[in-house]
Design a protein around this ligand. Sequence first.
Ligand code: ADP
Ligand code: MG
Length: 696
Amino acid sequence: MAKVSEIYGSMVFNEHTMQERLPSATYKSLIKTMKEGKPLEIEVANVVAHAMKEWAIEKGATHFTHWFQPLTGITSEKHDSFLDPCSDGRAIMSFSGKELIQGEPDASSFPSGGLRATFEARGYTAWDPTSYAFIKDEVLCIPTAFCSYTGEALDKKTPLLRSMSAVEEQANRVLALFGEPRQRIVPTLGAEQEYFLVSEKAYAKRQDLIMTGRTLFGYAPCKGQELDEHYFGAIRPTVNEFMKELDNELWALGVPARTKHNEVAPAQHELAPIFTNVNRGVDENLLTMEKMRLLASHHGLVCLQHEKPFEGINGSGKHNNWSLSAGKKNLFDPGESPMDNLRFLVFLAGVIQAVDDYQELLRMSVASAGNDHRLGADEAPPAIISIFLGDELDAIVDALIDDHEYTNAEKVAMDLGVAVLPNFLKDNTDRNRTSPFAFTGNKFEFRMPGSGVNLSDCNMILNTAMAKSLKDFADAMEGKAGEEFEAAAIDYIRDVLTAHQRIIFNGNGYSEEWTREAERRGLANHPTTADALPCFVEPKSIALFEEFGVLTETEVRSRYEVKLEKYNKLLNIEARTMKRMVRRAYLPAINSYAAEVAGHINAIRSACAGADTDQQEELLRRLLLGIKEIDTQLRALGKLHHETLEIESEQEKANTYAHEVIPVMDRLRAAVDGLEVLVDRDHWPVPTYNDILFYV
Ligand code: ADP
Ligand code: MG
């Protein structure tokens, strides 16, 4: 087997390959484009395209594609071959700078939330030179942004890139106050991806898994996750083979997959990469998800990336580890020297302000039909946003707010009122798993995103909200220097912390008291997607995005529409799948079993006059009662579902799904699940949780 160091990045047109393959002048101007955002000349693009093509063909590629992230959240690609026929009947392989820089996919079938009228359906893809091109399945993939004829963003990448520039710009203004030169500042992302693996055979028999990604029915398995035996447990041989293949493929694509382990729920696993800049990090996460889905089939498995495939056991999330990096410095590293600490406190206060002011947007960014089953279900953070800082930072924040002395871990008293700040230690000790937004030593871990989500949205919001906090600080401080600056900065931090203290919570996020306490503090609590989405189009949100040039009002509105429509469509599919499964699978099976039981009763009676058939009759009665309840709920769902489909406003439709249709779906499920444990195993039409979760 090839060495990992040889495999790693072998399918990526990375800086090393660029340097090897490009004339030095071309290489230099490409690097300028990548690192400083300088526009790329067409002459340079032609040279790059030629080198890329030669490299790709050597690696076996025959096609190229502009790889982009439409508003569906998943990636899209359309393959074009390099083939260029000559007049003499032969063909050469060609790829021009123009083809590299820009593409024109027919965009009419991608969701645009009304942004792009069908008659001007053309969308443009534009090369994003800051994310490397790579070869996947013999196709040269060029990461691109996707926008409309009139320049509006139609994808997830464009606003993310814009938000990165915004936070870089404002962070540089802040660093300038600390006497630092202008530098490259990038948000970083390490995305821990959770997923389930189930056997293809079981999957193929579950219409609900196939159609909706989750089980719409299913009684709890005899054994759940209570023994804690799966978490970090020995990995099944089939799963191990899958993980090995996945690692190798990801490494070849330059995705630094690092940690893999079994998760809490049976059949649940996790993969964590080494962090990188947020743009590349999102691309890598999408590639990882795609590879997981594809490679699972090589091992007779199916990879479930739904947030809640099974009721009653943990769902899957995607921890979004986020930080800001300036060269080799991590701006959330508390640091060693007092001045580093002041800088750290400015950035810390910035995050606290950002998360408090835009808590609803953050919640909105992870809202999805699937994640609604997870947030607040005692396994994932609640739907209420709060920040966990840990004991030490918490004490520092308190000391700053109250303007009293802070005694650090080494019991050295410091007066925070003057410019001497403590040397505090990284707080790594207490890992509060119930917090949606936790400081973990030198980064923040946003734990609300669901496993299926594209992380562009939440990072775009984090970056933009952070840009806003930093801008406020820079606006207030510019013109001050030396001790005057330090004193003013401390006062400023104190004011920010005092104003936003309500968002800090170190206790148990799963408790009911917290829900009440959060309400008292005025924190938002949007339990469902339907409740969470409207804040996207509120004036405060639009003002934020427009101030930093991240999204225009039209772009915001179109995204809101797309999210609403997606939610409604998914719920429509779930309701339909439920009805069909009940009518065509469950009811026939239960009726046939009931008839068999009735037959047994008659047979016993005729064989043995006066025999005691109480048990059989009781079973039959329970089956018949169950059938009646299923029928009642099925009719209720049918009626409500039809009425909901008639609702014109997408928001109202979403509200009805969330608050009226789902409760009926839950009752229908309960009615069917109740019979699962009564009906003979051979009659039951689908594999049960026991069968699916405990395969070999
Ligand atoms: P956990 O206990 O949650 O598994 P880890 O320490 O293993 O936490 O880190 C989880 C993720 O955080 C990894 O993907 C790691 O690369 C990422 N990470 C570490 N430092 C940073 C950082 N500065 N910025 C973004 N992500 C980071
Ligand atoms: Mg984590």
